[in-house]
Design a protein around this ligand. Sequence first.
Ligand code: DGY
Length: 322
Amino acid sequence: MTGRPTVVVTRRLPSPVEDRLRTLFDARLNTTDAPLDEAALAGAMRDADALVPTVTDRITATLLGTPGRRVRIVSTFGVGFNNIDVAAAREHGVVVTNTPDVLTDDTADLAITLLLMVARRTGEGERLVRAGDWTGWRPTQMLGTRVTGKTLGLIGFGRIGRAVAARASGGFRMRVVWHDPFAGDDAASLGGERRISIEAVLQESDFVSLHCPATPETRHLMNADRLAAMRPGAFLINTARGDVVDETALVRALREGTIAGAGLDVFEREPAVSRELLAMDNVVLLPHLGSATEETRVAMGNRAVDNLAAFFGGSAPRDRVA
Ligand code: DGY
């Protein structure tokens, strides 16, 4: 290749990352931050050597098969890559990379934030104060659920699940049980108590937090039956992906009191959120903030840039997933 590789970036990235992209590449940055439509993405596939998408872009088989495609690497800004058809990328010889590790702590922090918020009714309390409706302290006002010493069930015990476990057991003396079919035999050394079935985790847990990737196998993993298998009075936390929970079944479970509440950072049809959830006080709703700190978003961008630099420098990108 002669000259600097052309890199199309689909959304605004933190300035230090955009500066680095400008220095290293012929960077086509998105100054308006408006999502690229299908035609613009197809144009990028034809005109650029690399694409840096985010979770809001669907990189489909059609896009990867764009006639005259020039893009050779899709370096996504994010650890999750369920928005990219990796099988099609492999078929078309397009390399795909992601940005693991750097967002583990912040995402774990947010899972704990949701757990505390929903257990202690803090969203509801804040709404009360802001509405000017607080009439003063009283012994029976807005009683929540204690977190310390309770049982936390984790579905998925990878990097983020383990970071949540460390916070919960170290900070809140919680007992941690988990299920992860991909954890190796040495997983016992990671702490917590392994369970062979998801149902066993659900039956034992006061709080269930989801940390599995979105795949065809995990779609609607938390369906009506699994929600019914949770303890009455238990809470569901989701910082993974919206697809993992059947949102319609969740609404019903919350409405019927099958479970006590939910803390959600991700939704099945983002940015749309079920109207019923918006109206429920026992639900905490956040706008996909898991990795949203200055430090982590810069680190994610740098990791995406590192992957591009390695690829165009002729070495293997560290975070290749296809
Ligand atoms: C991730 O990195 O997967 C976050 O959810 C943002 O996309």
